[in-house]
Design a protein around this ligand. Structure first.
Ligand code: SAM
Ligand code: SF4
Length: 335
């Protein structure tokens, strides 16, 4: 069998990773991500599960090896397991190396066994605090105990877990050492994410912004952090924490540019392809997808879009105007 053609962008980067936001809806309302009162897309604008499968499969045919389903909350999309089951055929054939999720964990207790059965080996679960009251305050609607149950179920199903925590000044800032000990004690990696200025939220983002360079300096008072070359295909830089024996990642989009090794593109639930998280340029794949039953138009649109992938992003928290640099919410492109 000949290997599939590769998607190579104008800067020679091989696009091998597709992140798909399967819904813009969520059962949480994290303060840094959404306003409490959100207007979601009308259902008719969404790609159907079959259409999502078609687009994902077209990317796989063009050499994409890793797919991450995200959202909004991917596990609240109705019928999501149908999509997972159908995409799992590409894992079985060897065309796809990895099918994974980023989830808030609220539905994991229910879905973990099925996810494992369909070949999902690793997932990212977002947990910003281990304090139930603070968890409720950050997520507005979430319940930590339910997420803990989900983590247990995923572990029991043999799924490896990475915890994602967004660093929030004055909120979970002083809890990070405890979270490191907890995650590593449970055999989970932990990645700390710097807040990104995406989408209008109710509060003031400059209040939440905690540079990871500051956090790292604080952590060095308690831990020995050794840089390691570990890579998961994502933008995180990893260290080994000597005291816990675990891995800790840092994602610092604002203070460090990771664009040079970017291998990913992002598809929204309406079929819009963003070639860069930090830029507004996008390509509509829904029209070519719906224009014919064959994939010729779709494949051409994908190639054209990759040909426009920009060199890098220009995130900046605009302190004078306090406006997000990118107007869409993270829940649209899935982070
Ligand atoms: N609902 C799922 C979850 O929370 O994991 C998946 C979607 S969520 C948008 C993906 C990741 O983006 C989460 O880890 C979340 O904490 C992070 N996130 C959301 N808004 C963010 C922002 N403005 N800055 C940094 N990270 C953000
Ligand atoms: Fe929902 Fe995830 Fe956004 Fe929180 S971060 S509101 S869980 S999409």
């Amino acid at each position: 069998m000949s290997s599939p053609p590769a998607l190579i962008d104008p800067f020679g980067r091989h696009v091998s990773y597709l992140r798909v936001s399967v819904t813009d809806r969520c059962d949480f309302r994290c303060t840094y991500c959404m306003a409490e009162d959100m207007t979601f897309l009308p259902k008719r604008d969404l790609l159907t599960l079959e259409e999502l499968d078609r687009v994902c499969s077209a990317f796989i045919d063009q050499g994409v090896k890793k797919i991450r389903l995200t959202g909004g909350e991917p596990l609240v999309r109705k019928g999501i397991m149908t999509l997972v089951e159908s995409l799992s055929r590409h894992l079985k054939s060897g065309a796809l190396d990895e099918l994974t999720f980023t989830t808030n964990g609220s539905q994991l207790a229910r879905f973990a066994p099925e996810l494992a059965a369909h070949g999902v080996r690793r997932i990212n679960v977002s947990v910003d605090t281990l304090d139930p009251a603070k968890f409720r305050q950050i997520t507005r609607w979430g319940e930590l105990a339910k997420v803990q149950e989900g983590l247990k179920a995923a572990k029991a199903a043999g799924i490896a877990i990475k915890i994602n925590a967004v660093a929030l000044k004055g909120v979970n800032e002083h809890e990070i050492p405890e979270m490191i000990r907890w995650a590593h004690g449970e055999g989970m990696d932990l990645t700390i994410i710097e807040t990104m200025p995406m989408g209008d939220i109710d509060g003031d983002r400059t209040d939440q912004y905690l540079p990871l360079s500051v956090l790292r300096a604080q952590l060095l008072e308690q831990f020995t952090l050794e840089d390691i070359p570990y890579k998961t295909g994502g933008p995180a830089r990893y260290v080994h924490v000597k005291e816990t024996g675990g891995r800790l990642g840092f994602i610092t989009p604002l203070t460090h540019n990771f664009c040079e090794s970017c291998n990913r593109v992002r598809l929204t639930c309406t079929g819009t392809l963003y070639m860069c998280l930090g830029q507004d340029d996008a390509a509509d794949l829904r029209a070519p997808l719906r224009a014919s039953e064959g994939n010729e138009l779709l494949n051409r649109a994908i190639l054209e879009a990759i040909g426009r992938k920009p060199k890098g992003h220009d995130f900046i928290i605009d302190r004078r105007h306090n406006k997000p640099a990118v107007s869409r919410h993270m829940s649209v492109t899935g982070g």
